[in-house]
Write a protein that binds this ligand. Structure first.
Ligand code: NAP
Length: 242
């Protein structure tokens, strides 16, 4: 049986894998980011309707290998992927980036959810949020003594106590230093994505002695094989027979 891969994308490395796939394979995107139009493989945009919908797709499309290369905080699709592959009787591989680890000089404080984050933010005045769009839902709840800076993929309207910056990584050290200085940042709020593209902000926080509130990583399901890097996954794919 010829192999046919369904690659669930969501991180930069996924696009790099997609670029190596031939026309029989499918690159799957949720549809909230940019959709590339220069790939040899097929591109599918949008959800499947949960694990059952995904399992049906796997069977109907004759997929022989499912690769989960979604973001470490996209736990729902990862759970769906593991369950659907099992239901369809095919292997599921996952690209699982190792988490960043605190280094000497870091003051990292893990929070488990939004409520925990708001509590941990109380002593601070000028947080820099770098965890996506969720803070946008809370702009009307900003405590009177706080001024927020929110960086997300797309710029959008903030309010008089929140500046929203639209920017996509990779970010450089100099630019991050300038942002911390311009906005007088006294605490950084981040997921632990483990991405080198967004790591410089952690270095600047370390240099300045600025604490970092880290949203805890969600638990992810077990899969048949886990790879910690793009290179490791690519090497395994090269050896994965037709
Ligand atoms: P999520 O909660 O785990 O997934 C929500 C739903 O989106 C899934 O149940 C699925 O819909 C659909 N979906 C997610 N990834 C998909 C893919 N690659 N192909 C087709 N459908 C997909 O995910 P999320 O946190 O909302 O993130 C959405 C997407 O953005 C993910 O692909 C993720 O990798 C990427 N992303 C997330 C973050 C983050 O911080 N969460 C950061 C960067 C990129 P159905 O149930 O209908 O199939």
């Amino acid at each position: 049986m010829n192999r046919r891969i369904l690659l669930l994308g969501g991180v930069t490395e996924a696009l790099a894998i997609a670029r190596q796939l031939g026309p029989e394979h499918v690159y799957s995107l949720a549809g909230i980011g940019r959709v590339p139009h220069d790939l040899t493989c097929q591109v599918r945009v949008g959800g499947y309707g949960g694990a059952e919908g995904l399992a049906s797709y796997l069977r109907e499309a004759g997929i022989t290998l499912l690769i989960d290369a979604t973001h470490p905080y996209a736990a729902q699709i990862s759970r769906n992927a593991a369950a659907a592959a099992q239901a369809a009787g095919i292997p599921c591989w996952a690209l699982r980036r190792p988490a960043w680890r605190a280094q000497p000089g870091d003051d990292w404080r893990e929070v488990k959810d939004w409520a925990g984050l708001i509590e941990a933010l109380r002593p601070f005045r000028r947080p820099l949020f770098t965890l996506g769009r969720e803070p946008l839902q809370h702009l009307d709840d900003i405590p009177p003594d706080q001024f927020w800076t929110l960086r997300a993929l797309e710029a959008c309207v903030g309010n008089d106590r929140c500046e929203v910056i639209g920017a996509r990584g990779p970010f450089q050290l100099e630019g991050e230093r300038a942002l911390f200085a311009r906005r007088d940042i006294d605490v950084l709020v981040s997921k632990n994505s483990g991405s080198v593209a967004t790591e410089p902000k952690l270095e600047v926080a370390r240099e300045l002695g600025v604490p970092v509130l880290i949203l805890k990583r969600p638990a992810l399901p077990g899969v048949d094989r886990e790879y910690a890097s793009l290179d490791a996954l690519t090497a395994a794919l090269d050896g994965f027979g037709d």
